[in-house]
Design a binder for this molecule. Structure first.
Ligand code: FES
Length: 365
């Protein structure tokens, strides 16, 4: 490989002999940069071929690892564990990391080896000049791109490009397989049992979400807001409990019944001015509990949607498009607050198939 160098920006001594003033600007001689040393892979054909084979081998291993990743997904049980250094690791996670991680690592190492040992090794210095995109510059840039393509040896070693393309393509397969874990296809029947259902049901007690103590209507003061959840949440465990908790969280507020608007259709959804609403913002699902006692407004901290809890949770400001779903409540024989039913509309943000015909709109009776 040849080398082209012109990095010494001081004027050459021969050019300076007539111009001592200019030479004085450079009292210390510029040693310039070290002479270029040819790479071993450039001067030794066998070494160059070895580097080429190394890169191809690494690219060839990527599809194998990708296939192993898919095999692990289907063949290793989700609850299988591997014991390492006295700790139990989830087998699938560990093997996903090993196969997927190694595949990505091999692509990276192969690309670096290619650039370091196979691509052209010319060193080029360029004088600074005013930035501009006149046609001559564009032509030069195009010529440089073409030179780069030719320096990458893709033209001569066509398998390299095929190897890189194939490796990058196949490494996407594990990602596609993982989409299968995003849950069942959300057809209507599935939606009804998942995102459109919570564990609230007739007779379920409302409990404080910190103390888990059932809430008595007589314990709530006017102006108070309490975060609550369904009592039957404690019967669930781990993942299922977290999912249901996220959907079922509510806020209970007590307001002076004479200062709020209760439509006829919701007269029996409240107990003397105590009302319960979903705590999940209908915009994009942030939990809400910034309560303004005086205005009865509940403010979402994420994008400032504001809901009027004194008027069936309608949106009075912000990007939310739907009222906050209200949970119908009453009291049991001991005076504890209980749900009269589940939510009558799905809680949380909207989605394409969401039917909003039953949502409360300002002025509904
Ligand atoms: S999530 Fe509540 S306003 Fe955006």
């Amino acid at each position: 490989m040849s080398s082209t160098r012109n990095n010494d920006l001081t004027p050459a001594r021969s050019e300076q002999s007539d111009d001592d003033e200019a030479w004085d600007q450079y009292p210390v001689e510029n040693p310039g940069i070290e002479p270029h040393v040819e790479r071993y892979t450039d001067v030794n054909k066998a070494a160059g071929d070895r580097a080429y084979r190394k890169v191809i081998t690494m690219f060839a291993l990527v599809p194998i690892l990708a296939i192993l990743f898919v095999v692990v997904y289907f063949a290793v049980p989700k609850d299988a564990a591997i014991s390492l250094l006295g700790t139990d690791f989830k087998a699938q996670t560990l093997l996903f990391g090993l196969t997927g991680g190694l595949a990505v690592l091999l692509i990276g190492v192969a690309a670096v080896t290619w650039a370091r040992d196979i691509m052209g090794d010319h060193e080029i210095s360029e004088e600074r000049h005013p930035a501009g995109t006149d046609p001559a510059d564009r032509k030069d840039a195009l010529a440089m791109v073409n030179a780069g393509v030719s320096e990458s040896n893709v033209g001569r070693r066509k398998l390299l490009l095929g190897g890189l393309g194939g490796a990058l393509g196949i490494v996407a397969v594990p990602a596609i397989v993982l989409f299968a874990d995003m849950g069942p296809w959300p057809v209507k029947a599935v939606r009804r049992e998942t995102i459109e259902r919570t564990i609230w049901a007739e007779g379920v007690r409302l409990v404080n979400d910190v103390t888990y103590r059932p809430l008595k209507a007589s314990d709530l003061e006017i102006g108070q807001l309490v975060n609550a959840e369904p009592e039957n949440l404690k019967d669930l465990h781990s993942h299922e409990q977290l999912v249901e908790k996220a959907k079922s969280a509510i806020v209970i507020v007590r307001m002076d019944p004479h200062t709020i608007k209760i439509p006829d259709s919701r007269k029996d959804w409240q107990v003397g001015g105590i009302l319960a609403y979903s705590k999940i913002c209908t915009h994009v699902g942030c939990p809400i509990s910034l309560w303004e006692q005086q205005t009865h407004h509940l403010l979402c901290p994420c994008h400032q949607s504001t809901f009027d809890l004194g008027n069936s949770g309608v949106v009075v400001f912000g990007p939310a498009a739907r009222s906050l779903p209200q949970l119908p409540i009453t009291t049991d024989s001991e005076g504890y607050l209980i749900a009269r039913s589940g939510f009558t509309v799905p809680v949380a943000p909207s989605y394409f198939e969401r039917d909003s015909r039953n949502d409360y709109k300002d002025g509904d009776r």
